[in-house]
Design a protein. Structure first.
Length: 135
């Protein structure tokens, strides 16, 4: 069984050195790498959504790159100024799917980024408070 790893090695078995806790790595290092990975995935998801929307609108609608990017950002942020709108049935269908899935992914990504920032800020403030108490 790969996960969860056994608490104690079987007779004749050595402790796994690839497991972060057992290899001597501190828990804060493991948590830090986890949050770092989440931030990278969130940023990649946002970037991927913007590229997908921009390229798709450029090809489907024939808009300029700037207009396509602008409409993608407006759609993902739910601003919707109304100055650009899809003209064909296919582009309206694409926009509906793009908006429904893209807004959900974008909001999740923004939530991950915000949570990571707040947790880092909280850790920083708690560290300062501990340093003040230690004086």
């Amino acid at each position: 069984m790969l996960w969860p790893p056994p608490e104690h090695p079987q007779p004749g078995e050595q402790l796994s050195t690839h497991h972060p806790i057992r290899s001597g790595m501190r828990l804060t290092d493991t948590v830090g790498k986890w949050f770092e990975a989440q931030v990278m995935v969130a940023l990649a998801a946002l970037f991927g959504l913007l590229v997908l929307g921009t390229v798709s609108y450029r090809l489907i609608e024939g808009w300029t790159w700037i207009d396509s990017f602008y409409f993608s950002v407006c759609t993902l942020t739910t601003v919707g100024y109304g100055d650009l709108s899809p003209t064909s049935e296919f582009s309206r269908l694409f926009t509906a799917v793009y908006a429904l899935s893209g807004v959900a992914i974008a909001l999740t990504s923004f939530g991950i980024l915000g949570r990571t920032y707040l947790l880092g800020r909280e850790a920083q403030l708690l560290g300062l408070a501990r340093a003040e108490r230690g004086k």
